[in-house]
Design a protein around this ligand. Structure first.
Ligand SMILES: NC(=O)c1ccc[n+]([C@@H]2O[C@H](COP(=O)([O-])OP(=O)(O)OC[C@H]3O[C@@H](n4cnc5c(N)ncnc54)[C@H](O)[C@@H]3O)[C@@H](O)[C@H]2O)c1
Length: 396
């Protein structure tokens, strides 16, 4: 199995626990797109007692076949030119698919799968544009199938604590939120250029890690509707052939191919009079672009600066508030012993399977991530226009 870049894979720790699962009927799973993240989906599925991986496909001829063969997995059908061909093979009797393609084909793969009557776990970001997200949700509604979006940090107990604190009312009325994060040098190109070319990725740092930091705070707030956005994006590092990552890996020509954002920032107005101040970087000359903060009339929460995408903090949350008329700071200790818990990825896969088997609600619903997507798209559109834009979302 190919060795992954550890700095990009902190969330993929192997599960130690096995939850009780009814394995009497196998869930028939197909994988669409057999690239980098598909490996993590596959590993998590293989740890579930009730899953049979029946098919996989990729646009690159031979890639799906090699994907399973290299991992010693036999009996998986892979002779498909694309996802449409796989979905058309009714002999597979697919229950579920993981859509692990690059961002630009998320929408078509999710829509076609839902139209084929299959439950869908769709990798993040949901897609590239708001219009695509709306089309995906229309297909979801029509199909009645489960669609869950691949935000594994949602399953981190510390992330969940942020939501509990906000929803408890401990902070009072929330009026200002700051979120974001990033890496000093971390433009991803693990197996080529699909992350950094517009024709495949559509969004850069924004879609790759920005969607996580937005989810961290918007989920806590109950996903208020975004109203307007004034966005900025840049590509100073990605377009530089002397960028250290390219030089180290011997690929200065990637600078020519780089056609997405490596930094983005925005000022967003949310329903309920809340301001969201956001920034995200794949590369910057700074250790961190700042902690996330949620400011309220009774207290404010500081979420320690983190790479934000892997759903983990290395320092406690802090609440700044008044107790008996005194200004104090309360630390919320870090929760959980990660070594003893199923990995976030296993939880993402397990909750999707459970919802698909039982016809339950999607663990990470599209109705929430639609607003995340509208912000990403709003930032891209505002940056292109050089002015604030209103966010309008068509009826689903
Ligand atoms: N959740 C996470 O932690 C995480 C981590 C990394 C990547 N991702 C997401 O996963 C997605 C894929 O990333 P990756 O690094 O695996 O990309 P990748 O380029 O390594 O793999 C994508 C594969 O999909 C194939 N593909 C595209 N359209 C297809 C279609 N219509 N039918 C069949 N195959 C098709 C491509 O040929 C390619 O092999 C991205 O959207 C990314 O944001 C999520």
């Amino acid at each position: 199995m190919a060795k992954k870049d550890d700095s990009l894979n902190a969330f993929m720790d192997v599960s130690k626990d096995e939850a009780e699962v009814d394995a009497s009927k196998k869930v028939r799973v197909g994988i669409i797109g057999c690239g980098w993240i598909a490996e993590t989906h596959l590993s998590s599925y293989l740890r579930q007692p009730d899953v049979e991986i029946v098919a996989g496909c990729d646009l690159i001829p031979g890639k799906a076949e090699a994907f399973f063969k290299d991992r010693g997995i036999e009996g998986v059908k892979t002779d498909y030119a694309d996802h449409k061909a796989m979905l058309a093979d009714k002999s597979l009797k697919l229950d579920c698919v993981s859509v692990c393609t690059y961002n630009r084909t998320h929408a078509i793969c999710a829509i076609d799968s839902l139209n084929a009557g299959v439950n869908v776990l769709l990798e993040k970001p949901m897609c590239v544009t708001t219009e695509e997200a709306v089309e995906i949700m229309r297909a979801e509604k029509k199909s009645g199938k489960v669609l869950s979006i691949g935000f594994q940090p949602r399953f981190d107990a510390n992330m969940q604590m942020i939501k509990k604190i906000v929803q408890s009312g401990e902070l009072g009325k929330i009026y200002y939120v700051q979120t974001g994060g990033g890496r000093r040098r971390g433009i991803p190109f693990p197996y080529g250029t699909t992350f950094i070319e517009d024709k495949t990725a559509g969004l850069g740092a924004l879609g790759d890690i920005g969607c996580y930091s937005l989810d961290c705070v918007l989920n806590a707030l109950g996903y208020p509707k975004p109203l307007t956005v004034s966005g900025y994006k840049s590509d100073f590092f990605g377009k530089d052939p002397n960028y250290s990552g390219y030089v180290k890996k011997g690929h200065p020509e990637y600078a020519e191919k780089f056609s997405v954002d490596d930094f983005a920032a925005a000022f967003i107005r949310l329903e309920g009079g809340i301001i969201l101040d956001f920034r995200i970087a794949w590369a910057m000359n700074l250790d961190t672009s700042g902690d996330s903060i949620i400011m309220g009339t009774k207290g404010s929460l500081r979420i320690p600066s983190t790479e934000c995408w892997n759903g983990s903090f290395d320092k406690p949350l802090k609440i700044y508030h008044e107790v008996a008329g005194e200004q104090v700071c309360t630390e919320i200790p870090l929760i959980g012993n990660k070594a003893c818990m199923p990995s976030l990825f296993d939880q993402k896969i397990r909750t999707f399977l459970d919802a698909s088997k039982n016809g339950g609600a999607a663990p990470v619903p599209s109705s929430e991530i639609l607003y995340n997507q509208a912000i990403l798209d709003g930032i891209a559109k505002s940056a292109a226009l050089g002015k604030e834009v209103e966010i309008t979302i068509p009826k689903i």
